[in-house]
Design a protein around this ligand. Structure first.
Ligand SMILES: [Zn+2]
Length: 164
């Protein structure tokens, strides 16, 4: 049993093995071509850039890191090691489910936002990714709460109380 729905398990598999089609994997990088990150328009869209380093995604990691700090007491920097590989330090081992959920859904929301901008011509307004993430998390929490036997109720209640 996993705190993640199957689709997000697949997304994680594709993330860990870096087989998501970021544009620098598809095209030779050029300064003004399709390999430019659509969220910031400044850097090349590499895996690490899009998911962790882009100026447009830093605020959402700050928001999520703050939630994690309030629940676990740990100040964790969003690194590839933590957010993608899920190598968690011992001090937060008991919160593994929560961290897996938050890190996965944050990356998945970034991916959805990126696709909406790249393929559907959406513009990213300030706070847009955060709204998308809150909505996705609330939907996930509500879904899990409908299952009376879910082992994640306590974790998700804490999360509900901490989100805005
Ligand atoms: Zn960027």
């Amino acid at each position: 049993m996993s705190i993640l729905p199957n689709s997000l398990g697949t997304f994680n598999y594709r993330s860990v093995w870096k087989i998501l089609p970021v544009t620098t994997k598809l095209f030779t990088p050029t300064p003004d071509g399709p390999t430019l990150c659509v969220l910031c328009q400044k850097q090349q869209e590499t895996f690490e850039h899009l998911f962790l380093q882009c100026a447009a995604v830093i605020p959402i990691w700050t928001y999520i890191s703050d939630i994690i700090k309030r629940i676990t007491g740990a100040q964790l920097k969003p690194t590839s090691e933590l957010c993608i590989q899920f190598n968690f330090p011992q001090q937060v081992a008991q919160h593994t489910d929560l961290l897996v959920l938050l890190y996965t859904m944050t990356r998945h929301t970034i991916w959805k936002a990126r696709n909406a901008v790249r393929f559907d011509g959406h513009t990213l307004n300030p706070g847009g990714i955060r709204k998308m993430l809150n909505k996705a998390l609330k939907y996930r929490i509500a879904n899990e709460k409908r299952k009376n036997t879910s082992p994640y109720q306590e974790t998700l209640n804490k999360l509900s109380d901490t989100m805005d």
